[in-house]
Design a protein around this ligand. Structure first.
Ligand code: DGJ
Length: 798
C-alpha cells in the first residue's frame, strides 16, 4: 500500500504485508530516506527524520539558507555528484556545458496501478496489483528531470525501484552513471554477502563485514557473469538461516552490473545497485530519456530462509512468465557429456532408446549438429543441420525420437559467430570487433553485435526457421564467452559507451520475439553454465543451466548458492557419469541424483555404456522424481543452518568436519502436505553413529509419515570387510568378489516414522546408526564420503 502524507514536502510510506519503506521530502527539496525494514506504524516522520543543527567539520555546507545541511551526512533516497555528498553517487551526468554537478530536487509525484512486465526494451516484474509511485525531481540549474519509480508487491514483500533520466534541455548530455536503487541505512553492524565464482564453481557465498571501505560486487564481462551474480544480501551481524534481519537485492538485468556497500565516515551505510558504470556512457539528446533496469528489494526479520522464501515467491509470481512458468518440467537426457561433438543420428538414437527405457521424457541434442561443427573452432552462425551427421536433418531425427515417445530438443548459441563460418564470410561487420585493430577471442568465437537491429532481425529469422523446421519442444540457448573488443559498427564514435547496454536491449528484443512466437517451446538459458543466471534471462526463459559442474559435491554448494535468491524451478541440474568430467571425482550415483533432484532434474551421461546396476538405479530415481517433482520443482525451499543442527558429529576436535561439509535441504508443498528432505556430506566423520534429521517448513499440527528413499549399494564398497561375514575368503576385485556383488545388493536401511510436524522440526527424527566400524547389519546407515539420503514426508490421518 502506498500512503502519501502532506503536500509540499510529502512523506511517502510504502507498505507490503510485512515491511515498511519510508521517505520524506525535506525543505531543501532533497528526499530523505527514513526507513526500510520490519513493518511499523507510521503516520508522520516525527522521530524518524534526522535532526541536523550544524554541518559536520570539513564537510560542504549545502547552501547559505541551509547552513545545517551537509549532504554527506544525510540518508538520501538518491545522491548526485557535486554538491558535497562525497560518497558514491547514484547519478553522474556531464551537462551540456561540460560541468558534472547535479542538484536534483523534488518536483512532484504520481501514483498508478499495475505493471505489465516490460517497458522501453527492458523486462520488468509484472502484476495487476502492483502499486507504482513515481517521484519526479528536477535539476535546479540544468534542464534535467529524474524519475524515481517504486513498485510495491504487497503479496511477496518486495519493493522494486527503477529510475528514468530525461533531457529537457536543448543540447546533448552524457550519463556516466545512473543506478537503479540507493538505500542509505542507519549506522549498524552489517554483513554484505555476495555469490561469486568462476566457470564450474559458481555461486559461492562470501560474507564480508561492512567496515570503513567500499565493498563492490560487479560484473564487467558483458553478461551478469559467474564471477559475481547480481543477487546479494545485506544482513545484521549474527543473522542465521532462521533468525535475524536480512535484505535481499537483485537486478532484472543480464549485462554488466554493479552493487556496492559503503560505510561513510559518519557510520551510515549506502547500498547502490544498477548498471556497472565502468566503460558505460550514454548520450542523451534533447527530449530523450534513459531507463535503468529494475532493482528488486526485500527484507525479512526471519533470517536468510525467510528472505529466500520471499524472493522465490516474487520470482515465481512476478518475474517468470509464459505457459511454462508453472508447468511441470520434463526429465531430460542431454547428449553433451555422452558424445560432445561426436554425434550422429545412429549414436543419438541409441542413446534415445535407452533414455526411453529408463523413463526420460525429453531428449536433447546438444552442440555439434549444425554446419561443420566437429569441435569449437567453426560453424557458429551456420544454423543448418550437418547432413553427414543427421541425414534426415533436424526433422529426421526429431521424428524418430518422437516416435519413441520422447520429446525432442536442441542446443543453439545464436549470439555468436565463428570466424570460420559462412555467416562471418557474408557479414564480417556483424561481429563485434574494432575495425583495423587486433582482436581477442574466447572459445574461438566472436560475439555478434546485438546492438545492431539488423543482427537482431537476422537471429530472429534464422532461429524462427530452425525452431519451425521440426517439432521442437525444448531449446537450450547457450552463450559461451565474455566480451572483449567491445564495439558496434552501427553506432557513431560518441555512442560506443552504449554498446554493452544496447547489446542487452537487443538480446531482450530477440528473446521476447522468439518466446512469444514459440510459446510452447521450453527454453533453457545457459552461458557455459551459470555465466548469465539472472532475472533478465528468467523474464523470458523459465529455467537456466546452473553450472557445467555436475559433480554432486560441488553442485550441492552451487545449488545452495542459487537457492538464496532463485526458486528451484529455475535451476536445472543433471546426473552425470563418474569419474566426473569436471573434477574426476567419484560420487555415488544415488548422491548425484539426490542433489540433482532438488530443482529441474536431467541426465547427462552415456546411458548406452552404463552398467545394469546404474541403469536400474536411474530407472528407480526417475520414477520417484515423477511422483515428487511438483514439490521438488515448485515447493518452498529451506536450508538448514549447519551440520550441528542436522546430521554430523560436532565437537570431535581434530575430526570435526569442515564448514560446508554437510548440506541439508527441505522442500515443502504449498499446502504443507508433502515434503522432501535431503542430507549429504562431503567427508565422513569416524565413529559417529548418530544422526538427527530436522526437516523445515512443515505444519506443526499435522501428522506426517517420513520414509527414507529405497536405495541399493554395491557390496564392494565394503572392500576387505566382506571377509568378516562371508563363509569363504573373498579376494578384493577378484572374479568371485565381482560375482557376489552382482547378485547381492546391499539395501539402504529402512527408515520410517509417523510424527507430528513440530516433533520432526524441533525434536528431530533420530536416524538409524551410521556405520562406524563396530559391525554392520541391514539396519545400519551406510553413509560414507559423499553419502546422502532423501526422505519423503507425507501427511497422514491422525
Ligand atoms: C557450454 C554448456 O554449458 C554445455 O552444457 C554445453 O552445451 C557446451 N557449451 C556445448 O558447447
Amino acid at each position: 500500500m502506498i500512503t502519501v502524507k502532506g503536500d509540499k514536502t510529502p512523506l511517502f510510506i510504502l507498505d507490503t504485508g510485512h515491511t515498511t519503506y519510508a521517505m520524506k521530502v525535506l525543505d531543501t527539496g532533497h528526499i530523505e530516506h527514513l526507513y526500510y525494514g520490519r513493518k511499523i506504524h507510521l503516520d508522520s516522520e516525527d522521530g524518524l527524520t534526522e535532526q541536523h543543527e550544524f554541518a559536520p567539520g570539513t564537510s560542504v555546507v549545502y547552501s547559505p539558507e541551509h547552513g545545517n545541511i551537509s549532504l554527506e551526512d544525510m540518508r538520501l533516497e538518491m545522491s548526485s555528484y557535486g554538491k558535497g555528498d562525497v560518497r558514491e553517487a547514484f547519478v553522474e551526468i556531464v551537462n551540456t556545458d561540460g560541468s558534472r554537478t547535479s542538484d536534483l530536487l523534488y518536483k512532484g509525484y504520481a501514483e498508478s496501478k499495475g505493471r505489465d512486465g516490460g517497458t522501453e526494451g527492458l523486462p520488468t516484474s509484472f502484476g495487476e496489483d502492483a502499486e507504482v509511485l513515481t517521484v519526479t525531481l528536477e535539476d535546479k540549474d540544468n534542464h534535467i528531470r529524474l524519475e524515481l519509480i517504486y513498485c510495491v508487491y504487497s503479496d511477496t514483500d518486495v519493493i522494486t525501484r527503477t529510475s528514468r533520466l530525461i533531457n529537457d534541455g536543448d543540447g546533448d548530455i552524457r550519463i556516466r552513471r545512473l543506478m537503479s536503487t540507493q538505500i542509505d541505512f542507519d549506522p549498524g553492524d552489517y554483513v554484505f554477502s555476495t555469490f561469486t565464482g568462476a566457470w564450474a564453481r559458481e555461486m559461492k557465498r562470501t560474507d564480508m563485514s561492512v567496515a570503513s571501505a567500499r565493498l563492490v560486487n560487479s560484473s564487467y564481462t558483458g553478461n551478469s557473469s559467474n564471477r559475481a551474480n547480481p543477487f546479494v544480501m545485506l544482513s545484521s551481524r549474527g543473522c542465521t538461516e532462521d533468525y535475524g534481519d536480512v535484505y535481499g537485492f537483485n537486478l532484472v538485468y543480464s549485462g554488466n552490473h554493479y552493487e556496492s556497500v559503503e560505510k561513510s565516515p559518519y557510520g551510515k551505510v549506502r547500498f547502490l545497485s544498477g548498471i556497472n558504470p565502468t566503460s558505460f556512457e550514454w548520450k542523451l539528446a534533447k527530449g530523450e530519456s534513459f531507463l535503468t533496469p529494475e532493482a528488486v528489494m526485500t527484507y525479512s526479520s526471519t533470517g536468510y530462509n525467510g528472505m529466500s522464501g520471499q524472493m522465490h515467491d516474487f520470482v515465481s509470481k512476478h518475474i517468470l512468465r509464459g505457459p511454462w512458468k508453472d508447468r511441470l518440467r520434463p526429465v531430460l537426457l542431454n547428449s553433451w557429456e555422452a558424445s560432445y561433438f561426436k554425434i550422429s543420428e545412429s549414436k543419438l538414437m541409441r542413446l534415445a532408446r535407452k533414455a526411453k527405457q529408463v523413463g526420460i521424457e525429453l531428449f536433447v541434442m546438444d552442440d555439434g549438429w549444425f554446419g561443420e561443427r566437429n569441435d569449437d573452432t567453426t560453424s557458429l552462425g551456420d544454423w543448418f543441420p550437418d547432413t553427414a551427421k543427421l541425414p534426415g536433418g533436424l526433422k529426421g531425427i526429431c521424428d524418430k525420437v518422437r516416435a519413441l515417445g520422447l520429446q525432442f530438443g536442441i542446443w543453439v548459441e545464436p549470439e555468436m559467430v565463428s570466424r570460420e563460418s559462412g555467416l562471418y564470410l557474408a557479414h564480417p561487420e556483424w561481429a563485434m570487433e574494432i575495425p583495423g585493430k587486433s582482436h581477442s577471442e574466447g572459445r574461438n568465437q566472436m560475439v555478434l553485435d546485438l546492438a545492431n537491429v539488423e543482427v537482431q532481425d537476422h537471429i530472429i529469422n534464422v532461429m524462427s526457421r530452425v525452431f519451425s523446421s521440426a517439432e521442437i519442444s525444448y531449446v537450450k540457448w547457450d552463450m559461451n564467452r565474455n566480451f572483449s573488443d567491445v564495439f558496434s559498427r552501427s553506432l557513431p564514435a560518441d555512442r560506443q559507451g552504449e554498446v554493452t547496454h544496447r547489446y542487452i536491449l537487443g538480446l531482450y528484443r530477440v528473446m521476447k520475439t522468439l518466446t512469444e512466437k514459440f510459446p510452447d517451446i521450453l527454453f533453457e538459458g545457459c552461458a557455459s553454465g551459470g555465466n548469465r543466471f539472472d532475472l533478465g534471462i528468467l523474464s523470458y526463459f523459465p529455467q537456466i543451466w546452473g553450472s557445467d559442474d555436475t559433480d554432486a559435491a560441488v553442485r550441492a554448494e552451487i545449488q545452495t548458492g542459487y537457492s538464496y535468491g532463485y526458486p528451484m524451478s529455475c535451476v536445472t541440474a543433471h546426473v552425470s557419469d563418474c569419474p566426473n568430467h569436471q573434477t574426476l571425482r567419484r560420487t555415488p550415483i544415488e548422491t548425484r541424483f539426490n542433489v540433482a533432484s532438488f530443482g529441474v532434474l536431467g541426465y547427462e551421461c552415456n546411458l548406452v555404456d552404463m552398467s545394469k546396476d546404474d541403469l536400474d538405479a536411474v530407472t528407480a530415481q526417475i520414477a520417484m522424481y515423477k511422483k515428487w517433482r511438483k514439490v521438488m520443482q515448485f515447493g518452498r525451499f529451506y536450508r538448514r543452518s549447519s551440520v550441528n543442527d542436522s546430521i554430523g558429529a560436532p565437537g570431535f576436535s581434530c575430526l570435526e568436519p569442515l564448514p560446508g561439509n554437510d548440506t541439508s535441504w527441505t522442500v515443502v508443498s504449498a499446502d504443507k502436505s508433502r515434503a522432501v528432505s535431503m542430507t549429504m556430506q562431503i567427508l565422513t566423520h569416524p565413529n559417529a553413529q548418530w544422526g538427527v534429521l530436522k526437516p523445515m517448513g512443515l505444519d506443526e499440527d499435522t501428522k506426517y509419515h517420513i520414509e527414507g528413499r529405497k536405495m541399493k549399494f554395491d557390496l564392494r564398497e565394503f572392500g576387505g570387510l566382506i571377509n568378516y561375514v562371508a563363509p569363504i575368503h573373498v579376494r578384493q576385485d577378484s572374479l568371485q568378489h565381482r560375482t557376489i556383488a552382482r547378485f547381492y545388493k546391499m539395501k539402504a536401511e529402512s527408515e520410517s516414522h509417523d510424527m507430528y510436524g513440530d516433533a520432526m522440526m524441533y525434536a528431530g527424527v533420530h536416524l538409524r546408526s551410521a556405520f562406524a566400524s563396530g559391525g554392520y547389519n541391514e539396519n545400519m546407515r551406510y553413509y560414507p564420503d559423499f553419502g546422502s539420503r532423501l526422505y519423503t514426508i507425507e501427511k497422514i490421518d491422525k
